[in-house]
Ligand binder design. Structure first.
Ligand SMILES: NC(=O)c1ccc[n+]([C@@H]2O[C@H](COP(=O)([O-])OP(=O)(O)OC[C@H]3O[C@@H](n4cnc5c(N)ncnc54)[C@H](OP(=O)(O)O)[C@@H]3O)[C@@H](O)[C@H]2O)c1
Length: 283
C-alpha cells in the first residue's frame, strides 16, 4: 500500500481561530509527520494566516477553503480530499456562527441555523462517502444539545424511527419561520437560539449513526457529537463576566481529539453526545 493510503488524513472546519485552530494544532501533534491535517476556513486570508502561525510552531497543516454555508465550497473541499487521498480518516465539523449581543436573535437565527445546522448537513453529505475504514467523524455541539433541554412538545421533531437528516433540517427551518413570525415561544421553542441548533446537530449525528449502523459497525467507523465545555474564545467571552472557569482552546481540544482519534477496534461511544470522554444523556 502506498503512503498516500496509509497515512492518516484529517480535516477541521472553522479552524482559523478558537477551538478549531486548537484542534488542528492538536491533530498535527497527534498524527505527526505521517499525517495530513487540513485547516479549513471560509476566509482564505484568515485561514492562511492561521496555517502560517502553526507553521511557526513547527507544525505542518495544509489550508483548504471551506465555507459550510456554500454547497460548492463544501463539495470542492471534499473533491480536493478525494482526488489527493481517495478518502479521509478524521472529520471534525466545528464551524459555527456566533450570536451577537445587542442584535435581536430573530435577526440572527436564519444565518445561525444555515451555518451551524444546514452547514453540518452539507459536511455530512459531502464527507461521509469519503470515510475510510476506522474513520472518526465528530460534530462539535454542546451540552445544550440534549433533547431534555427542549419542551416535550418538540421532541418528536428531533427523534423517532422515521426521522431523517432532512427531517431535522425541516424542524430547524420551521423554528426559524416561527421566530420570524413571533410564534416560537407559544410553540414551545426556547429563547436561546443555540438550544434548538445544538439539539439539531446531535439529532443529525444520531440519525446518521442509526441509518448507517450496519455498515459503520462492520467498517469500524465512529460518528459522535462532542461538547467541549466552556472555552475562552471570542465567541463565548462577551456572554460571561467571569471566564476563570473556562478552558483554553488547547485544553478543550484534548477531549475532542481523544474522540476523533480513538484507536481502531474501539466500538464506543457511537452516535452519542460526548463531554469530557463520557456520553451525555439524550433525554
Ligand atoms: N466557546 C465555547 O465556550 C463553546 C462551548 C460549547 C460549544 N462550543 C462550540 O465549539 C465550536 C467552536 O466554537 P468557538 O468558541 O471556537 O467559536 P469561534 O471562536 O467563533 O470560531 C468559530 C469558527 O467558525 C468559523 N465559521 C463561521 N462561519 C463559518 C462558515 N460559514 N464556514 C466555515 N467556517 C465558519 C469562524 O470563522 P471566521 O473567523 O471567518 O468567523 C471561526 O473560525 C462551535 O461549534 C461552538 O458552538 C463552544
Amino acid at each position: 500500500m502506498s503512503s498516500a493510503t496509509t497515512s492518516r488524513i484529517a480535516l477541521v472546519t472553522g479552524a482559523n481561530q478558537g477551538l478549531g485552530l486548537a484542534l488542528v494544532r492538536g491533530l498535527c501533534r497527534e498524527l505527526g509527520t505521517g499525517g495530513t491535517v487540513y485547516l479549513t476556513a471560509r476566509n482564505a486570508e484568515r485561514g492562511q494566516e492561521a496555517c502560517t502561525r502553526l507553521k511557526g510552531e513547527g507544525l505542518s497543516p495544509q489550508f483548504l477553503p471551506l465555507d459550510v454555508t456554500d454547497d460548492t465550497s463544501v463539495q470542492a473541499a471534499a473533491e480536493a480530499v478525494r482526488s489527493r487521498h481517495a478518502g479521509i480518516d478524521i472529520v471534525i465539523q466545528n464551524a459555527a456562527a456566533r450570536i451577537t449581543k445587542d442584535v435581536p436573535q430573530s435577526e440572527q437565527v436564519a444565518e445561525f441555523i444555515d451555518t451551524n445546522n444546514h452547514g453540518t448537513l452539507r459536511l455530512l453529505e459531502a464527507f461521509t462517502p469519503l470515510l475510510r475504514d476506522n474513520a472518526r467523524l465528530v460534530v462539535v455541539a454542546s451540552s445544550f444539545g440534549s433533547l431534555r433541554n427542549l419542551d416535550p412538545r418538540l421532541h418528536a421533531r428531533f427523534e423517532g424511527d422515521g426521522l431523517t437528516l432532512q427531517g431535522v433540517e425541516r424542524a430547524l427551518d420551521d423554528y426559524v419561520a416561527a421566530v420570524r413570525a413571533g410564534t416560537a415561544q407559544s410553540a414551545g421553542w426556547p429563547d436561546w437560539i443555540n438550544v434548538p441548533s445544538k439539539v439539531g446537530q446531535v439529532a443529525s449525528v444520531r440519525v446518521l449513526a442509526r441509518d448507517r449502523a450496519a455498515e459503520f459497525r462492520r467498517r469500524g467507523i465512529l460518528v459522535n457529537a462532542a461538547c467541549p465545555g466552556l472555552i475562552d474564545t471570542e465567541a463565548s467571552r462577551p456572554w460571561f463576566d467571569d471566564m476563570s472557569s473556562a478552558a483554553t482552546p488547547d485544553e478543550a481540544a484534548k477531549d475532542v481529539i481523544w474522540l476523533a482519534t480513538l484507536p481502531a477496534g474501539t466500538t464506543e461511544p457511537y452516535g452519542e453526545l460526548v463531554r469530557h470522554r463520557k456520553p451525555r444523556a439524550w433525554k
